[in-house]
Design a protein around this ligand. Structure first.
Ligand SMILES: [Zn+2]
Length: 269
């Protein structure tokens, strides 16, 4: 029999999925999880589904922190990047919720040496240094370079970036991920979601500030360094994964298109 706390957390997780979508932190991709309140070696997140469409506890799956395997071996398909979550829960006992996002506002801060900085008080949780995890440094010869954190090894490398010491407490609340997005952690679902939303907001504010400053100083072309984009191996590695995951965004966009049609039908039609 599940505890009332657990049942309430499941509902909070469903709400968190929808909030993150409405705040533009996730789209068809991205995910949020929490650690089981009574069983710290288990965490819960949605199955392979666009977050906005998560609506019932039956959409959620329990996983082992140890290896990201589902508690129910017959569970439906899950997110490939659940190792982000499992490795953070494994390494840091105080973390109870994790959000992973491909925020378009944050992405520019992952690839060109311009570090994310806290621009306003609501983003103080960022601290003065937001680390950048570059998965290409974790790749070994022969690895498919689709940039996904889809093994315990990649997840462990990302998790270690949250600490500048070997402490069991994370030093950082947010880590940006090169050419990929970012991950935020918290002691509760609400805290992790808050941090994820305001990391996204902070990035937009910082970009506006930089653009204004650049306009004022009329920086010459080429003086700001080159932007690092995906290379040939990484685009080739990602292509297969892109093709294999078309169904998820399509399902989301189809649902949106049907639910929020701009054309209002007259009564009786
Ligand atoms: Zn991702």
């Amino acid at each position: 029999m599940a505890s009332r706390d657990y049942e309430a957390e499941l509902q909070t997780l469903i709400t968190a999925n929808r909030i993150l979508y409405h705040q533009n932190v996730v789209d068809a991709y991205g995910h949020v999880s929490f650690r089981h309140p009574d069983k710290p070696d288990i965490f819960i997140m949605s199955g392979d589904k666009a977050p906005a469409l998560v609506s019932s506890p039956s959409d959620l799956i329990e996983y082992h922190v140890g290896d990201s395997s589902p508690v129910d071996p017959s569970a439906k398909k899950g997110y490939q990047e659940r190792f982000i979550h499992s490795e953070l829960y494994k390494r840091y006992p105080e973390i109870n919720s994790v959000v992973h996002s491909h925020s378009q506002a944050v992405l520019p801060y992952t690839m060109n040496g311009v570090a994310m900085q806290p621009t306003f008080h609501i983003a103080g949780f960022l601290g003065t240094h937001v680390p950048n995890y570059d998965i290409t440094r974790s790749y070994k010869t022969g690895d498919s370079q689709d940039m996904l954190v889809n093994t315990t090894s990649f997840g462990s490398d990302l998790a270690s970036t949250f600490s500048s010491t070997r402490s069991k407490d994370p030093t950082h609340t947010v880590v940006v991920m090169a050419n990929h997005g970012f991950t935020a952690v918290g002691t509760s679902i609400k805290q992790a979601v808050y941090r994820a939303v305001y990391t996204h907001v902070n990035a937009g504010i910082q970009s506006n500030a930089i653009m204004l400053r650049s306009a004022q100083e009329q920086i010459k072309p080429g003086s700001t360094g080159e932007i690092r984009y995906l290379n040939e191996v990484q685009t080739a590695g990602s292509l297969k994964m892109n093709e294999a995951s078309l169904e998820r965004p399509w399902g989301l966009w189809e649902h949106e298109a049907k639910a929020w049609s701009l054309v209002k039908k007259p009564d009786g039609v």
